[in-house]
Design a binder for this molecule. Structure first.
Ligand code: LMR
Length: 394
């Protein structure tokens, strides 16, 4: 049997992570995988996470199974964090999943189950694992224009034109905030236009929100998701706690199915629980319990939000410093987009050859499509990166 297996394509982001680890150069700079690093290059355990873990360790009396959907308190806390009061809780079915990827995978499975003919529209570009999982599941994928390689902003007209060719029942995958890999985002007026288009054409939105709190703040980053969820008959929302709680390895995600009619929730909830059972039975609990402990304790929640805000502001500071440095070196504003982008990533908008040159000549690692993880920088490496960008002739 094993002899029939074929080599699978390596995930570009994870392959880069390995290449970086194998590079013996001292001055190497990792702008690859989307993991937050502080100025010392460390991915810290957040203060509130440590405190919550201590509390759980002291108070937890059993490791017995929770439920197929995970602990309902986790779903309640996350729904409140993401949707606030945009939709009634009774309209939301939700299950805990192993990370945001687990939520994305379960969402795609639900789509395939509900409508095998549905095509899923993804932004060009999108997180590579979106398309990888869609292909793996045999779901037809279409792409809509998203990134304008001239302005490095959103090609909004192209996006609308492409989505206007979608068929009723198709699903449109949207990044709730902090677009990965580009860093370019819609404003709320544009989001409203997308909502109008979805409703006019009978398209179903699926939102992937993995970076809430990394862009313009916790509420601002959820605004588009809230707008969509409260304006369409139904939507799917895949959320991750990996980044904003820094619990990457705990695999903490949530999938929501939101319906305008609360009468659909029981069926949706049952379907999500069934999908969990088929794929892994009970979702992991530790990260979810940490998140619930934080979100339901006013003191821990305030401390978490404050630390997350420090992280967000530090990334904004690095963006500005890099844009300023490039402005100084080139005498032009053409890199100003770096300060306008939001979230962990910015797409520099250069060729794979120059990305490779940055790696070979300068030990700077970014994904081949020129996605940089801004959080991989610090005030010392920003000028080094800026000089390298100019040196290789971006
Ligand atoms: C990323 O895009 O770098 C992260 O979401 C990590 C991953 O799993 O790819």
């Amino acid at each position: 049997m094993f002899e029939t297996l074929k080599e699978q394509p390596a995930d570009k982001i994870l392959a880069l992570m390995q290449m970086f680890a194998d590079d013996p150069r001292d001055h190497k700079v990792d702008l690859g995988v989307g993991v937050y690093k502080n100025a010392e290059g460390v991915t810290p355990v957040m203060r509130a996470v440590k405190a919550a873990e201590k509390r759980i360790w002291e108070q937890q009396t059993t490791k017995s199974y929770t439920g197929l959907a995970g602990d309902p308190a986790y779903a309640d806390a996350m729904i409140e964090l993401i949707l606030s009061d945009a939709v009634a809780r009774a309209n939301v079915a939700a299950v805990a999943t192993p990370g945001g990827t687990g939520a994305v995978r379960q969402a795609f499975e639900l789509i395939r189950m509900a409508n095998p003919k549905a095509r899923v529209w993804v932004s060009d570009p999108t997180w590579p694992n979106h398309t990888s999982i869609l292909n793996y599941l045999g779901i037809e994928t279409k792409s809509y224009r998203y990134f304008d390689s001239e302005t490095r902003g959103v090609d909004f007209d192209g996006m609308i034109a492409d989505l206007n060719t979608a068929q009723a029942g198709d699903v449109v995958l949207l990044h709730g905030c902090c677009h990965n890999p580009t860093g370019a985002n819609l404003n709320l007026v544009e989001w409203q236009a997308v909502v109008d288009l979805l409703n006019a054409r009978g398209l179903i939105p699926m939102i992937d929100i993995a970076y809430q709190g990394f862009g313009d703040g916790l509420d601002a980053d959820a605004a588009a998701t809230r707008l969509v969820a409260s304006s369409v008959p139904e939507c799917l929302i895949a959320a991750s706690c990996s980044k904003n709680f820094g619990v990457y390895r705990e695999r903490t995600g949530l999938l929501m199915a939101v319906a305008a009619d609360a009468g659909k929730t029981k069926l949706n909830q049952g379907t999500l629980a069934f999908l969990n059972r088929q794929n892994y039975s009970f979702p992991p609990d530790h990260g979810a319990r940490v998140v619930t402990t934080i979100l339901t304790d006013p003191e821990l929640r305030a401390d978490w939000a404050a630390e997350l805000e420090e992280v967000r502001l530090s990334m904004l500071g690095l963006r500005q410093q890099l844009a300023d440095e490039l402005q100084r070196l080139t005498g032009s504003d053409r890199f100003g987009f770096i300060a306008q982008h939001r979230g962990m990533f910015s797409r520099l908008g250069t060729t794979p050859e120059l990305v490779e040159k940055l790696r070979a000549d300068h030990g700077i690692y970014m994904v081949g499509d020129s996605r940089m993880n801004i959080a991989g920088l610090n005030s010392t490496t920003v000028p080094i990166l800026a000089r390298a960008i100019v040196d290789v002739g971006v």
